[in-house]
Design a protein. Structure first.
Length: 55
C-alpha cells in the first residue's frame, strides 16, 4: 500500500499533470463566466379576460 501511495504522490508532483490541471481549471472558469454573462429573454403568452370595462 505504501508503494501505491508513493506512486500517486509522484504523479501529482509531475509537471505535466500540474500544467494540465491549471489549464483545465482556467478553461472551466472561463466557461462558467461566459455562461453567467449571457443575456437570455423569454416570451410568455397568456390570455387576458377583460371584465367590467366601462364603454
Amino acid at each position: 500500500m505504501n508503494k501505491l501511495s508513493l506512486q500517486i504522490k509522484s504523479l501529482f508532483k509531475s509537471r505535466k499533470i500540474n500544467v494540465f490541471a491549471l489549464f483545465f481549471i482556467l478553461a472551466f472558469g472561463i466557461l462558467i463566466l461566459s455562461k453567467l454573462t449571457e443575456v437570455s429573454t423569454n416570451t410568455a403568452k397568456f390570455k387576458i379576460d377583460l371584465q367590467n370595462i366601462p364603454r
